[in-house]
Design a protein around this ligand. Structure first.
Ligand code: PGA
Length: 247
């Protein structure tokens, strides 16, 4: 079983969503792939209603606080209320454009678990860190800080390894680099979460497309992909899954 999760980011108005739904629902999906799509808040209700049977529907962000005077934020409880299955946390755009800290990431993970929503914890090194050979130190710290104080219930936790320099750039990590770092992440997860850590799926993200999916994702250690740009079009998105299975 591989996981294919999409992240629409700040794209698609409602007419685009209708086009996506029509196309997605016409395609026969592979049983060996678990599909998930993270969408902007305003599209959640429609996506849950119309696609929720075929794919998990997720949010792209959640507030770090439970409720109250946080203008513009959406709480984990509100997401549960709208039947959201999962939520991205710590995506590189949140960390680097909105200066989200590990501490906030940790609060969000805990609130999601408390509300029964699967956190998809995104971690990854910047180009500078990559070139300085600091990748694994960064990954370990982001995991340790993001999962601080989480002992028992993981609520289906998923980790996505997304090198910041590979997101939306057309550059991908090498297959060997992905395998090496995902193995390292899995080792850290066992250290941090004991035996439960061994069951956490670890996905790769960063410029995944139908053309490179088989090469990058076919190794058994890679549990799937988190896809940005190529998840906006239903056919292209599903094609990624088909190419992984075929390889
Ligand atoms: P990309 O984005 O596939 O467009 O590189 C990946 C992500 O941000 O999760």
């Amino acid at each position: 079983m591989k996981y294919l999760y999409g992240n629409w980011k700040m794209n698609h108005i409602s007419s685009d969503v209708d086009t996506f739904i029509k196309s997605f629902n016409r395609i026969k999906l592979d049983d060996d792939i678990a599909y998930g799509i993270a969408v902007p808040f305003v599209h959640i209700e429609k996506m849950v209603k119309k696609v929720g049977q075929k794919a998990q529907i997720g949010a792209e962000n959640v507030a770090f606080a439970e409720k109250g005077a946080f203008t513009g934020e959406i709480s984990a409880e509100m997401l549960t209320d709208f039947d959201v299955d999962f939520c991205l946390v710590g995506h590189s755009e949140r960390r680097h454009v909105f200066n989200e800290t590990d501490e906030e990431v940790n609060k969000k993970v805990k609130l999601l678990i408390k509300n029964g929503i699967t956190p998809v914890l995104c971690i990854g090194e910047t180009l500078e860190e990559f070139e300085a050979g600091k990748t694994q130190t960064v990954l370990k710290n982001q995991l340790k800080n993001g999962l601080k104080g989480i002992k028992d219930e993981l609520c289906g936790l998923i980790v996505a390894y997304e090198p910041v320099w590979a997101i939306g750039t057309g550059k991908t990590a090498t297959k060997q680099g992905i395998i090496k770092n995902i193995k390292f992440i899995k080792k850290c997860l066992v250290e941090l979460l004991n035996k439960d850590g061994a069951s956490v799926p670890v996905l790769y993200g960063g410029s995944v497309k139908p053309e490179n999916a088989a090469e990058l994702l076919s190794d058994a250690v890679v549990d799937g992909a988190l896809v940005g740009g190529a998840s906006l079009d239903a056919k292209q998105f599903v094609e990624i899954g088909k190419n992984i299975i075929r390889s």
